[in-house]
Design a protein around this ligand. Sequence first.
Ligand SMILES: [Zn+2]
Length: 449
Amino acid sequence: MLNVAIADDTAETREIIRALLSPWDVCFTGIEKSDAVICYQKAVDLGKPKIIVPSESPSFRSWAEKNKLKICRRPVGELSINVNDDLILRANSARTYSTKNEVLDNEEENVVNKISDDTYMLTVDVIEEAKSIIAETLNKKNSLVYDVVTSLPVSYRMAPTGLRKLLFSRSNEPRNCFLKEHLPLDALRLMLLKATIRATGSFISSTIKNKSKKLCVISHDIDSENGLRKAMYLKIIEEKYDFKSTWFIPTNQYDLNEKIIIDLVHDCELGSHGTTHDGKLIKISKNDVKKILSKSKKILETIIDRDVISFRAPLLQHNQTLFDALRSTGYRYDSSIPTWEPKHPSTFGPHGIGTIYPTMINGICEVPITVPQDHQMLTVLDFSTKETVNKWMENKKIVDALGGIFSVSVHPDYNFTDSSGLKDYEDLINTLHGDAQNKIITCSEISSY
Ligand SMILES: [Zn+2]
C-alpha cells in the first residue's frame, strides 16, 4: 500500500485524483505521512518524491521557472501508454507539455518527463482531461432522430420492430469493437499511475488483481412482458453454474408478474429500470426524474421486501440531472453508461465513458457496461449470438490485463433466448465458469472490491 498526498486546495481536484487512482492500492494521507505527493496548481517542497501535473495555472509556471525548466506547450496531442507488449491505450489531449531542457531520462517522454531522481512531470493535465471526459459523457448532445422520436406522445416502442431495427442497423461502424481503442479515461489513470511508480520506485498493485480475482458483472434488462416470460431461460443456465446476476426491471411498462420476479432475483440482485421504457428521462426536470426513481424503487422493494439500490436507465440514458436525482432518492449504484458502444440510442453515434473501472460520479458508483450490450452487437454490428460471445471474450482479455470489470448486459427480449442463442449463452457462462479466477458478482457487490 502506497501513501500518497495531494497538494491542491480544491475538493474537486482531490476527488478526481482519488477516482483516477482508485483501481490501485493507494492510500491517501496528509503530506507528512505520505510516500509521494501529487502536485496540482500548488507546489510543495518537503523532500518527498513528487508527481507534477502540468496546467495553465500561475503556480505551475512559477514552479517551472524556479526549476529553470522551459516548458513547451503543444495544442492537441495524442498520448499512448503501454500496458504490455500487446496492449497500448491511446487518448487525445487538448494540450501537451514537455520540457525543452535536456531531461535526465527520455524513455517515456510521451507520458512523463523525469525532472530529477524523485520528481516526474506528466505531459498532460490529467485532471482537466478527466473532468472533460466525464462532462462530455454527461452532457452529450442528443441526435435529432432521438429528440423527435422521444417527444412523440406515444412510446417509441409502438414503432414496428422492423423500423426500430432499421434505425439501429449497421452504418459504417467498425466491427472490431476492440476495447483498447476506446479507453481514454483509463489512459489518463495509467499515466498518473506510471508517474507515481517512477517517482517512488514502488510497485503499486491493482486492488482487484490483488485478490486474485477477475470480476464479472452479468446484468439483464427486461424491457417487455415477453422478455419477463423468457428471463427464466437465462436464470436456469446461471443457476446450473451457481452464477448470480443483476436484473433491471421497469415498473410501469408491463404487468409485473411477482412470482417470476421473486424467482428471478433469488440469490441475485434486483435493480430499477425506471418506470416506462421510454427515452424521456434525460429530457424532464430533476423533480420529475426523482418521482420516477422513487416510484420504481418503492414498487420493486414492495415485491421483493429488500432494498433496491442499483439503477439502469432505459436506453442507457444518462446526464448530470440523473446522477443528482439518484443520489437524493437513495440509490447508490448506477449502470447506465457504456464504456463504449458504436451507436448509442441518444447520440446515434459512438459514445461511452472510456473506462472499465467503477467510477464515482456525484456520490454514485457508476458500474459501466464494459463490453457493448447484446443489442449493439446483434443489431448495430450485425454479429450472431455466437460471434457476440467470441468478441466479448476477446475483449475480456483486455479487461483482465487491466484488472477492470467485465460487465456484460444480455436482454431476455432478444436473440439470446432463442434456441441457438441459449446454447451460445450457456457457452459464455460455461467459459466464464472455466476460469477459477473469475468472480461473478452483482452490481452492488462492487463495493466489497
Ligand atoms: Zn432496457
